[in-house]
Ligand binder design. Structure first.
Ligand code: NOJ
Length: 553
């Protein structure tokens, strides 16, 4: 775990390597591209990078299906390119964390290939079950990506479990040899100088004894059976004791459905924490139910409840990981903001979370307000989960409705290449891009925003530098006002030196009246940040946001 909690003062930037920047012209984002852009990332005020997987992989789930934990994929530039980026980041005072994906491996991984042939010691590395005499599957769980959670292997003549794609076989973490493998992987990267890990669906690694059926199928997909399984805490403690205790590494755990109460079982600083931070999903659910594919009207009150719950319940005990976007969800401007007010809403969304207490993460392209992608043909989608959703789920709806469902729900909306300039292929590559570039790159791109003082990009820079300056943002109390409002989110942060007040309008309406909370006198404040050139008293324009300060000393 991180010594002296260094991660509490960081702002991280997430790189999803395939779409970040191509440096060698083959159409695929790579580490040469990352190296070119290190100064850009630093210029945002970010001093940490989280890399989505860079390891060799067949690419069924864009790298989350790993076939070698000790390498860097050639398509990303191989190990030499990685070491150059790692050194380059460190020279600039930036930390680097890797994705650790150990709930499953690719079926092309050597361990799986040997396990299916029952070659020891790999025989029990995965979750194998024989066919049942009645022809039924070993249990009733679903895969979260495609079909049931079981696939038949013709070599071993048994079923193996896959909670994600068929080619992502779940590891048997109850096998001590598998846990030793995990520890060796961790040591390998930490010894190289990596500063920590984002642990992929780590709360799924311990399956319950006997793999019982889930009573809440089909709604639950089985998730209540394998999330926070019986030995999860014990295994995390073991990784900590045997590995992390010997390094100064940050551990961030992806945790679907986690509540603040549950999170504190792992991150309570006063009670032997085994993790530094957890990634909650609740802030992604203000316009959906359980999954992005079940789309509902955006509900600000739901979002505010989540924000405030995490801010207050963790206060003084655990540390929040703050984010609004990542590679698994459509773009926020198109969801909680508006494509019609792209610039205004992108800035407002930044303010809505950047002044909260915790460590913020910014996903590539978010800093210029990239929007969703609206392809005309479902065949253009690449993502395994998206394709399953279109071709196998909701098939009774009209093709138009089914396509629109993908526009709102697909992860591919956030996976189009970063829009670097108005040049061909958005300046992402000189070759043929591996994936479609969003048509709006001529209007939304980094190069244009660099030269525009009022761009979303420069707004992010201001907001990040401000959050570093303001002592109340690092440690101050959080308080929410006007909880009942369906359009405005207002919160304050306060410490011994200052008090700040943040207001965010999530409304398209031109003249939304803001009720300044009691005890705040705007006439004596300093306005630190806002997204319109002129202010109209307490009347807010579409997606307007403001940050005010009162100094105490
Ligand atoms: C969560 C990752 O963020 C996602 O991209 C991936 O598909 C699944 N875990 C499976 O590894």
């Amino acid at each position: 775990m991180a010594i002296n909690n260094w991660y509490k003062d960081k702002v991280f930037y997430q790189i999803w390597p395939r779409s970040f920047k191509d440096g060698n012209g083959d159409g695929m984002g790579d580490l040469y591209g990352v190296y070119e852009k290190l100064d850009y990332i630093k210029s945002l005020g970010c001093d940490g990078i989280w890399f989505s997987p860079l390891y060799p992989s067949p690419g069924v789930d864009c790298g989350y299906d790993i076939s070698d934990y000790y390498g860097i994929a050639e398509e990303f530039g191989g190990m030499d390119a990685f070491k150059k980026v790692l050194d380059g980041a460190h020279e600039r005072g930036m930390k680097v964390i890797m994705d650790l994906v150990v709930n499953h491996t690719s079926d092309q991984h050597e361990w799986f290939q040997k396990s299916r042939q029952r070659i020891d010691p790999y025989t029990d590395y995965y979750i194998w079950r024989p066919a049942k005499p009645n022809g039924k599957l070993p249990n009733n769980w679903d895969s979260l990506f495609e079909g049931k959670a079981w696939a038949w292997d013709d070599v071993r003549k048994e079923y193996y479990m896959h909670l994600f794609a068929i080619q992502q076989a779940d590891l048997n973490m109850d096998n001590p040899l598998v846990r030793e493998e995990v520890k060796n992987i961790l040591r390998f990267w930490l010894d190289m100088g990596v500063d920590g890990f984002r642990e992929d669906v780590i709360t799924f690694i311990s399956k319950p004894e006997g793999l019982p059926d889930d009573k809440f199928m089909p709604a639950s997909k089985g998730i209540f059976m394998f999330n926070h399984g019986p030995h999860l805490h014990e295994y995390l403690e073991e990784f900590k004791r045997d590995v992390f205790d010997k390094y100064d590494a940050m551990i961030l755990a992806e945790a679907p459905l986690v509540t603040p109460k549950k999170a504190l079982e792992y991150i309570d600083e006063n009670n032997n924490p085994v993790l530094d931070m957890m990634i909650q999903f609740a802030t992604q659910e203000a316009d959906s139910f359980m999954t992005d594919y079940i789309h509902m009207p955006f509900n600000l009150r739901k979002l505010k409840r989540t924000y405030s719950k995490w801010q207050t319940k963790l206060d003084g005990k655990g540390w929040n990981m703050l984010y609004i976007e990542n590679h698994d969800h459509p773009r926020m401007v198109s969801r909680y903001g508006s494509d019609d007010f792209q610039k205004e809403s992108a800035k407002m969304l930044a303010v809505s979370y950047l002044f909260q207490k915790g460590t913020p993460f910014i996903y590539q392209g978010q800093e210029i307000g990239m929007t969703n992608w609206y392809p005309s043909d479902p065949e253009m989608y690449e993502d395994v989960q998206t394709r399953w959703q279109y071709f196998n789920v909701a098939t009774k709806k009209s093709p138009k409705k089914r396509l629109e469902r993908l526009w709102h729900g697909s992860r591919d909306s956030a996976r189009t290449p970063v829009q670097w300039s108005a040049e061909e292929n958005a300046g992402f590559t000189t070759g043929k891009p591996w994936f479609y570039v969003n048509d709006n790159y001529k209007e939304i791109n980094v190069a244009d925003q660099e030269t525009d003082e009022n761009s979303v990009l420069n707004f992010y820079r201001k907001a990040i530098s401000l959050r570093r300056e303001l002592s109340s943002v690092r440690n101050g109390n959080y308080k929410e006002y006007g909880k009942a409002s369906r359009h405005l989110y207002t919160y304050s942060r306060e410490d011994g030196k200052e008090k700040i007040l943040v207001v965010c309008s999530f409304s398209k309406k031109k003249n939304r009246k803001w009720k300044v909370p009691e005890g705040f006198d705007i006439s004596t404040s300093e306005l630190l940040l806002n997204n319109y050139e002129s202010l109209d008293g307490i009347t807010l324009k579409p997606y307007e946001t403001r940050v005010y300060r009162w100094r105490k000393i």
